[in-house]
Design a protein around this ligand. Structure first.
Ligand code: HEM
Length: 191
């Protein structure tokens, strides 16, 4: 078993018993750090949304060994997100809020290795979602803007960014299939 997959499975198993709180904290963190995305959820039933997000994360974690099972699902999810008003540049913000939430819930168990594993997985998930999304315009910026982070009081030790993690993108999670293929598909779509 790949180390990264194991780290993701183990860390997710620790937050799963507190899934509803975790999801609520995630949206709190997201809206606090990045209030500009809140209007997208103006009409959303947030309780239902929290459950949907956790179910999707569970599905992804459950299928880490079988990434080919996720391709259609994530591409369709990405396509629906265009209708929701989600922009490419929102993805790093969502990733950032997700990592902040993991840090809050895992404390010292949110180690550098665990974080790297999640950054790699999130990068691959984003690539698959964007491969299914039709956007005009520039390539997604996978770095959360650092200056916006200062508005967040969530964690005093936030130093993480949803970086593409060069050694993760081809690597351990959804692997060569998602990392490279996802980027190639995006580049082809942009041509
Ligand atoms: C890894 C990234 C993401 C995952 C796994 C994810 C997951 C989901 C899921 C499962 C839903 C439920 C509806 C559906 O299945 O179509 C949803 C809805 C939604 N997501 Fe995401 N999402 C992600 C990124 C984003 C981003 C970057 C934004 C932009 C801020 C965003 C904004 C929304 C909105 C506005 C809705 C619709 C809520 C409604 O139905 O009113 N999501 N997301």
């Amino acid at each position: 078993m790949s180390d990264s997959i194991q780290l993701i499975e183990e860390s997710f198993a620790k937050v799963k018993p507190r899934a509803p709180e975790f999801a609520a904290s995630f949206y709190q963190n997201l809206f606090k750090a990045y209030p500009e995305v809140a209007p997208l959820f103006a009409e959303t039933d947030m309780k239902a949304q929290q459950e949907k997000l956790m179910n999707m994360l569970m599905l992804v974690v459950f299928n880490l060994h079988y990434p080919q099972n996720l391709i259609d699902t994530l591409q369709q999810l990405g396509s629906r997100h265009v209708q929701y008003g989600a922009l490419r540049e929102h993805y790093p913000l969502v990733g950032d809020a997700l990592f902040t939430t993991f840090e809050q819930y895992l404390g010292e168990e949110w180690t550098r290795e665990v974080k790297q594993a999640w950054v790699g997985a999130y990068t691959d998930i984003t690539a698959m979602m964007l491969a299914g999304a039709e956007y005009d315009g520039e390539i997604v910026k996978l770095e959360a803007p650092g200056e916006k982070r200062s508005t967040s009081q969530v964690s005093p030790t936030q130093d993480h960014k949803a970086e593409p993690a060069k050694d993760n993108i081809n690597g351990p999670i959804l692997g060569g299939i998602f990392g490279v293929a996802g980027l190639i598909i995006i580049l082809l779509l942009l041509l």
